[in-house]
Design a protein around this ligand. Structure first.
Ligand SMILES: [Fe+2]
Ligand SMILES: [Fe+2]
Length: 241
């Protein structure tokens, strides 16, 4: 595939794992906004399509030589699920309590001069709470079902019965929850003026903004793997039974 303006950003990131990094740099939302075409996404991010294409071209060809990334389109869904659980779910569980504590501490010390820190702490605490319930639903209901669905598919058997009817239903619910998480990430960005650390910031303040930025990048990649690869492949597999 040669990247063009008509392709969706989700398709591009799924096909070229290294394109995701470039999207992060360009401020293009490729996870929750993955169904937008590159042309529309560039318009929304106020950048020229030509420039984006040139940068994507460079980054995907250069990066693919040194680090091909993992192309999950052709690997078993069970492997992709194991990867999501092992890396992204573990990361969220490790980082949420650390960042929450840091955000409260920094707000306690600096909120008088930087009142937005109270909101940062509140928005992050709500996001952490939602993610914890969300990941539990994926791990206990949706992911085990997708693994069984793939096993039946490989064995040429009908899809196993599910209490939620079609897999489309929990997928839709998870995607709605991803949209909510994407909104929270956007408000954190707005509140922190794109994570610019003020001059009077202490080390904890810097650590908080750094942690939040890494959390954002990881969650973008996490949601991308689910929205643009795992979910569409599971829905297609169910349709083919
Ligand atoms: Fe997840
Ligand atoms: Fe998810």
């Amino acid at each position: 595939m040669t990247i063009a303006a008509k392709h969706t950003v989700g398709e591009i990131a799924a096909e070229f794992p290294n394109a995701a990094r470039e999207f992060e740099k360009l401020g293009i939302d490729y996870c929750c906004g993955g169904s937008k075409t590159l042309g529309d996404a560039c318009a929304a991010a106020k950048i020229s399509v030509e420039e984006a294409l040139e940068r994507l071209e460079k980054s995907t060809s250069a990066a693919q030589k040194s680090d091909p990334g993992q192309n999950w389109q052709d690997l078993p869904l069970a492997d992709l699920i194991a990867h999501i659980n092992r890396t992204h779910h573990v990361f969220v569980r490790e980082e949420c309590p650390r960042i929450e504590a840091l955000a409260e501490k920094v707000a306690g010390v600096h909120a008088q001069r930087h009142p937005e820190l109270e909101q940062v702490a509140d928005v992050f605490a709500a996001l952490a709470n939602e993610l914890s319930v969300h990941m539990m639903k994926e791990e206990q209901i949706l992911f085990p079902y997708v693994i069984r669905l793939e096993e039946s598919h490989v064995a040429g058997e009908p899809a196993p019965p599910a209490m939620f009817g079609s897999v489309v239903n929990p997928v839709r619910m998870m995607m709605q929850e991803h949209d909510g998480a994407g909104d929270a990430l956007r408000s954190l960005r707005q509140l922190t003026l794109d994570y610019s650390v003020p001059e009077d910031a202490c080390a904890s303040y810097r650590a908080l903004y750094h942690g939040l930025q890494e959390f954002e990048a990881d969650l973008h990649q996490h949601i991308h793997l689910e929205n643009n690869i795992l979910f569409p492949r599971a829905v297609a597999m169910e349709g083919k039974r």
